[in-house]
Design a protein. Structure first.
Length: 208
């Protein structure tokens, strides 16, 4: 298990012994005063999301409100990938998966929609994706994508591949991502405009 906490990111195999996995993640220095003495305490910046590559469990991503962080060694060290938005913070969700043999990291932003980056490529850059995702009539970018979930699938010959599912908050909609054409494929659209979708999970091969 990996756990996001106020004291950092922790790993445990037995829910009894916990190992901190924060090397490379950003910390804040908080000044605390108890009425007599002032102490300085380090506190990790809030981690908004966390995801493990289902095809390569040593690869994972997390994010603060400002930046996405990538690990290729099971969380022992983290590298900042920055963010697709340089104008305003607000990373909403992150995901990581392998498509056509390449590691791909995804992030969503409440205003600017979906973006992806291939972190292992030289001079990797963020690429924005708008096609296939519904927009509010008053907005120029897609409605907020609340969560993403990579799901492991198996072909008839036993080989495995990943599919990426996305939930759109306020319209609300559920999508599968078409990597070949770089666009969202609408699977379901809710009938109530504020019956929002948020987190996605998998239980016994059922998307919840």
């Amino acid at each position: 298990w990996f756990l996001r906490t106020q004291k950092g990111l922790f790993y445990t195999e037995d829910l009894k012994t916990f190992i901190e996995k924060d090397n490379g993640l950003p910390f804040l220095t908080i000044k605390k005063y108890d009425g007599k003495e002032t102490t300085l305490v380090k506190q990790i910046q809030e981690l908004k999301d966390f995801c493990v590559n289902p095809l390569n469990n040593s690869q994972m991503v997390t994010a603060t409100k400002d930046s996405v962080y990538y690990s290729s060694d099971g969380g022992d060290s983290w590298t900042s990938l920055g963010s697709m938005s340089k104008t305003t913070p607000g990373v909403k969700a992150v995901a990581i998966a392998t498509f056509e043999g390449e590691t791909v990291v995804f992030m969503t932003h409440p205003i600017f929609g979906l973006s992806y980056i291939m972190p292992d490529k030289p001079k990797a850059m963020w690429n924005d994706v708008e096609n296939g995702f519904l927009k509010m009539q008053s907005l120029s970018s897609p409605d907020e994508i609340a969560d993403m979930l990579p799901v492991l699938r198996t072909n008839a010959d036993g080989s495995q591949y990943a599919e990426l599912y996305l939930s759109q908050s306020y319209i609300p909609c559920l999508y599968k991502f078409d990597w070949e054409n770089k666009q969202g494929v609408l699977l379901y659209k809710g009938t109530e405009p504020v019956d929002s979708f948020d987190g996605l999970s998998l239980m016994d091969d059922v998307l919840v």
